[in-house]
Ligand binder design. Structure first.
Ligand SMILES: [Cu+2]
Length: 355
């Protein structure tokens, strides 16, 4: 089984050795709540005006080396004419294509999103995005209990997504959304960086700002020998993937409690991510309880800075329920601990949802 997985991974890596890609389109919900807007950037070599908020790049080729200037927003990136106006909590979708308009070819490695304030400037007026200070907002690695990466979904034609943090203060922000393809990163400096940048203006009245200690530069945030970039064990799904770069930024206003913050960032646009990362959808019953549990676990993961669900206790160590037809539930210990803490907190605030 494991050997098959490795074999298939190698096969797909070899099959796609000459094709690469870029962010070709961005789709985002309109801030007035009705409909979406799609903006396309001309593909490398295609020519034509860039009437999009996506920074154009000169090549679809992989960018190697963490000190490469192209690691910021792609090779020779240039601003388009547009800025995407989005509300906090909006889920942006990114369509990846190769330079001839074909599908994204790779499927191994993480999808990571950063944002940076452009201050009083519209982000499409930024000439050199290397001057920006970035904070991490999201990261996706392998799917839970699966050898497959979320990147696989892009190869299968789905867009990748990034959610504007729900409590982010309004203003001008650049989004840096990247795929790191690791299919040949068993050799140092062979991780392939595919960053793309999108100029946005965030509406609303959020108050969340990153701490100074959450801010990084590109180049600078990664090193060639970081465990998530030089990856000799990348084809071993049993080795947990360690994301490169900083932790996901904590945007809480100073007076918010830890649990209040996690709950505030759950639901809404994040529900999609939650669904995609959950492989145990029907394991917990009744269903309502399971939904609440998933939301709480998701909040817990977000607040601990990891988008990858931590493995729960193995089912084989839990005796199967013989009490069919009743409401008896076998709750793994980790769920139970999270549940107790968060439910206590909800009860204290009089917010306990009915089960
Ligand atoms: Cu490639």
């Amino acid at each position: 089984m494991k050997i098959n997985v490795i074999f298939l991974s190698l096969l797909s890596a070899v099959a796609s050795v000459s094709a690469h890609g870029v962010i070709a389109e961005v789709i985002f919900p309109n801030p007035n709540g009705s409909g979406t807007t799609t903006r396309k950037v001309p593909l490398p070599g295609q020519g034509g005006a860039n009437n999009s908020p996506i920074r154009s790049v000169s090549s679809q080729d992989p960018n190697y080396g963490t000190d490469n200037p192209a690691i910021t927003c792609g090779p020779d990136s240039k601003a388009g004419t547009q800025v995407a106006e989005v509300a906090p909590g909006a889920e942006m979708s990114f369509v990846w294509k190769d330079a001839s308009g074909g599908p994204w070819p790779h499927n191994i490695g993480p999808i990571i999103t950063y944002m940076a304030s452009c201050g009083n400037q519209n982000c499409n007026e930024i000439n050199d995005p290397a001057d920006l200070k970035w904070f991490k907002t999201e990261q996706l690695g392998r799917k839970r209990n699966s050898p497959n990466w979320f990147q696989d979904d892009i190869k299968n034609g789905d867009p990748s997504t990034a959610t504007i943090p729900k409590n982010l203060a309004p203003g001008n922000y650049m989004i840096r959304h990247e795929i790191i393809a690791l299919h040949i990163a068993t050799t140092i400096r062979k991780a392939e960086f595919y960053p793309g940048c999108v100029a946005v203006r965030v509406t609303g009245s959020g108050t969340g700002v990153p701490k100074a200690s959450d801010l990084v530069s590109f180049p600078g945030a990664y090193k060639d020998n970081d465990p998530g970039i030089f990856t000799p064990n990348i084809f071993d799904a049993n080795v947990e993937y360690e994301f490169p770069g900083p932790e996901i930024a904590d945007l809480a206003p100073a007076n918010g409690g830890a649990n209040a913050r996690s709950l505030a960032t759950t639901g809404g646009a994040n529900a999609n991510l939650e669904e995609r990362s959950n492989q145990d959808g029907d394991a917990l019953k009744p269903r309502r309880f399971s939904r609440i549990m998933k939301r709480l676990l998701n909040a817990e993961q977000r607040s601990s800075g990891s988008a990858e669900p931590k493995p729960i206790e193995k089912r084989s160590t839990t005796p199967p329920s013989t009490d069919k037809g009743s409401d008896t539930i076998m709750v793994p210990r980790r769920y139970s601990r999270i549940m107790k803490r968060l439910v206590d907190d909800l009860a204290k605030n009089g917010q306990l949802p009915p089960l």
